[in-house]
Write a protein of this length. Sequence first.
Length: 319
Amino acid sequence: MTEKKRSLSGIKPTGTPHLGNYLGMIKPAIKMQATHQTFYFIADYHALTNIREPQSLKEYTYDLTATFASLGMEFENHAFFRQSDIPEVTELTWFLACLTSKGLMERAHAFKDASAKGQDVNMGLFSYPILMASDILIYDSHVVPVGKDQKQHLELTRDIAQKFNNDFGVDFFPEVEPLIFGTATRVMSLRDGTKKMSKSDPSDYSRINMTDNADAIAKKIRKAKTDPQSLPANVEKFEARPEAANLMGLYADFSETSIEDVCNRFGGGEFSAFKKQLADLAVAMLRPPSVPCASVRSGRRGRRDSRRRSDLLWLDGSG
């Protein structure tokens, strides 16, 4: 029997999980349980670059675990853990940091974006890619499910791994490949198509939360920002029309069809009619996962079945 490839992915506990998290990481992660040996973790160390409240970090960690539990994570057969539970990760991070050049870190998008905005860049953000490389390499991962905007993290990880192998004349760390799923691999804000959908955006209408009910999902789609033109008839026009590209990409992902088919079907039409169909499709696709997400989350202090309690016990500090 051929041994399954090992998949590794992490997600930061920085707020309530939203549509971008679901399509970009959670949904493919759940599906990959059938085809891969999976290692999934809550990246609480990564979250420390911008979270300062311990209680918030604990609550967000619980929310993420509840989301995975409600969507079908098989805790008995696949590894699911907090990043901070594995001290060897930070040990490897320091070792790799001693081999990694400052110039390589300055290429990282997160550092460049923060610097361009005049933000005060802490060393956690600057060395973020080294910790991410440790997360990936320590488990001998073969593949990592990522969005298109995260491909650079894999490239930096491969650079660091190759530097280690070359410096010591060994073939120790394997080459890791990215896996990109679906059409909407980078889900953008519903209020600004040039910005990634984010938990930290002050406007709740910028994102669809995994705990939103059907009315909230439909309302946010209807209120999503658009431009005054008709829908584009081909993808070549997407670059100048980010909001249209985002909404049509979501339709393609929900309907499991190509973006070209969506352009052929709706190109030249009005946004109002398209939004109604997109809202109906979004509710049909997202309502099934959003119901158990909201149920598990709200049941934290209420009644939970014994299996869920045992799955989530460690988050309350009881196990």
